[in-house]
Ligand binder design. Sequence first.
Ligand code: NAP
Ligand code: GLV
Length: 313
Amino acid sequence: MKILFYEHNADTAIWLQDLSRALPEADIRLWEPGDADPADYAVVWRAPRELFANRPDLKAVFNLGAGVDAILDIERKEPGTLPPNALLVRLEDSGMAQQMVEYANYTVLRYLRRMDEYDALQRDRRWEKLEPHARGEFAVGVLGMGVLGARVAQTLTTLGVPVRGFSRTKREIEGVQTFAGAEQFDAFIDGAKMLVNLLPHTPDTEGILNARVFERLARGAYIVNLARGAHVVDNDLLHAMQSGQIAAATLDVFHQEPLPDNHPFWTTPRIAITPHVAAITLREESIEQIAAKIRALTRGEPISGIVDAKRGY
Ligand code: NAP
Ligand code: GLV
């Protein structure tokens, strides 16, 4: 069995070593430009188009992340690039859900308890007590009720704030008020005090966090984007913050990464930035999951986590 590996930012030697340890029967190689030799599987993150082209023998592509937008974007721009019979498989949790739970809980508590404002007051040596937010009116809407969003929504209920969840198809999650489909979107956002975005980036979700949505939220609402930069219309967010309709935002993902030096987000008061680290890919857990799936496929057994390319996630 031949496996290609590509992850531009990773410590390649360690990944190759651990993959080989998990799949000793496999011949695993780092893909480099010009390599067109046969392969059965590819384990990749943000791989270039050339890796996928003219590979009719590829049985499955394992994406080293939950979001497959980068791979599907290649196919969208040049249809027929991905091998038509190869499965596209995303990581399912593999340690990311816990990280998302931590990040989302942190932001909800930070804004609910107005800690960001106390940080600013401390910088000015000001001893000032702020009116607490009413917990019952601090409705948090989680966009996306998938592997990550559902876990996040479920744990946020333990904070005692009203939690809403939005997905394409109806989900039932204890303690969460769930909404499904475009027709229930306005009911989901109306009056929410905070949005936490965990949607996949697809043509349907691009630009979903825009001026119209910001207007329908409670005055002084909070935006937390943990999914993809393309979900946010940057100028709409900046305008909504200037007007005070949006009080603050925490952003982990951006249209262009790294976020360019001259982007206004860097200097906008009350925008907090992290460099796409909300939930990182954990090597050990991911390799264990992928190796188990490769073995299942080899035995002719079904696997979970297969992406529906038409749906886009
Ligand atoms: P997932 O399991 O595929 O779940 C996606 C959820 O979004 C599902 O609930 C789905 O609805 C919903 N959805 C999709 N399209 C929709 C639409 N048009 N309208 C309403 N709901 C829609 O994905 P996941 O594993 O939770 O990951 C979500 C995203 O997080 C990834 O795609 C990735 O972009 C991002 N991510 C970011 C980081 C980071 O470090 N910042 C790390 C990991 C992942 P159904 O339930 O009805 O299918
Ligand atoms: C990271 O952004 C992922 O999609 O896993």
